[in-house]
Ligand binder design. Structure first.
Ligand code: NAD
Ligand code: TYD
Length: 351
């Protein structure tokens, strides 16, 4: 079936993997990447698909109602996969309002446009909202987040994502907008902006700079390879039940410090360093304010209902990720110049 799909945030980390998957897998679909190209958006992420006939880029800010309405007029979208967001917890602590604007207002603008343009023809339409496990709050040693876990966001980032999830469900219940949602755990892989833990550590190890580990490094995250997230989004977009939420996770929990030690080991071997060399760069720094202790996703609903499962073991995925960064030093150099340097200095100078 011919579909025109708007993917928001397609120039970002996860969005670029979703755009690549859809453009290559569905030559009959017209894929429109709508992205404002903030510091996190980078069209270099999509060099390999930019000339495909079923791909178009539109520079658009999702908080700009006039521009979003014009985009709906121009393309008559049948589907939306909404990933555009401010996504970094530390930045949300520095500047919460930007997160409220993009993540809450931006999502509401998109919902409203979909409601307006699909009003008399909801059949065959789909509004897919991509969210995070961080909306569920923080776990102790035991237990997992399920789709029934009560929301308990604790950072400005997770609070803004939780709010956007509520608006998506409100549009389903109030206006019967055909929505579907997913909440995913921490992603890793290629094209990940080096303000997040794994790409930041790879970048610093390569350049013999300190690896900043917050607090004592005991916080736990559940890591999923980004291509597996993109595959889950494809599955849920096509087969998920309207109005439902699916948790996506890697069944792969790591303490930050153990993850960093594994990464150092892989980097030593890839860079031909003596075992133990990179680990000497580990530096414990001041903890993040309100740092969530543990995230762990129960992704069994998605597995049972739609047959999705992660495809890679963590060590294998991490090695692939390191290989990509070492082979794409230009990409890292481009994204770590200018504004990134200023952010890095401000973020880590007081730690
Ligand atoms: P990212 O920060 O790498 O990319 C975000 C993209 O959105 C960028 O291309 C940016 O230019 C664009 N954008 C930001 N503000 C915009 C605006 N106002 N209008 C239009 N475009 C705008 O983020 P990511 O890590 O790829 O995350 C994508 C989505 O997945 C987010 O909604 C995030 O909450 C969710 N998510 C991320 C993770 C993760 O581990 N990274 C895990 C679960 C869910
Ligand atoms: P991050 O990649 O920012 O993802 P999130 O906060 O959304 O989970 O951080 C992952 C974990 O790593 C988190 O517990 C915070 C920690 N962390 C550090 O220890 N040092 C760092 O420099 C960064 C960016 C994160």
């Amino acid at each position: 079936m011919k579909k025109t799909i708007l993917i928001t945030g397609g120039a970002g980390f996860i969005g670029s993997h979703v755009v690549r998957l859809f453009v290559n897998k569905y030559p009959d679909y017209q894929i429109v990447n709508g992205d404002a190209l903030t510091y996190a958006g980078n069209l270099e992420n999509l060099n390999d698909v930019q000339d495909k006939p079923n791909y178009t880029f539109e520079k658009v800010d999702i908080t700009d109602e006039t521009a979003i309405n014009a985009l709906f007029e121009k393309y008559a979208f049948s589907g939306i996969i909404h990933l555009a967001a401010e996504s970094h917890v530390d930045r949300s602590i520095q500047d919460p309002l930007t997160f409220i604007r993009t993540n809450v207002l931006g999502t509401a603008v998109l919902l409203n446009a979909a409601r307006k343009y699909w009003k008399d023809a909801m059949d065959g339409k789909r509004f897919y909202h991509v969210s995070t496990d961080e909306v569920y709050g923080s776990l102790g040693e035991e237990g997992f987040f399920t789709e029934e876990t009560a929301y308990d966001p604790r950072s400005p980032y997770s609070a803004s994502k939780a709010s956007s999830d509520h608006f998506v469900r409100a549009y389903f219940h109030t206006y019967h907008l055909p929505v579907v949602l997913s909440n995913c755990s921490n992603n890793y892989g290629s094209h990940h902006f080096p303000e997040k833990l794994i790409p930041l550590a790879i970048h610093n190890i390569r350049n013999n700079k300190p690896i900043p580990v917050y607090g004592t490094g005991e916080n736990v995250r559940d890591w999923l390879f980004v291509d597996d997230h993109a595959r889950a989004i494809d599955t849920i977009f096509h087969n998920g039940v309207t109005g439902e939420t699916y948790n996506i996770g890697g069944f792969n929990e790591w303490k930050n410090i153990d993850l960093i030690r594994l990464l150092c080991k892989i980097m030593d071997s890839k860079l031909g360093r003596e075992p133990g060399t990179s680990a000497q760069l580990i530096t414990f720094v001041k903890d993040r304010a309100g740092h969530d202790q543990r995230y762990a996703i129960d992704a069994s609903k998605l597995n049972k209902a739609l047959g999705w499962a992660p495809s890679l073991q963590f060590e294998e995925g991490l090695e692939k990720t390191v290989d990509w960064y070492l082979a794409n030093q230009d990409w890292l150099d481009h994204v770590t110049s200018g504004a990134y340097k200023k952010y890095y200095e401000e973020q880590y100078q007081q730690r």
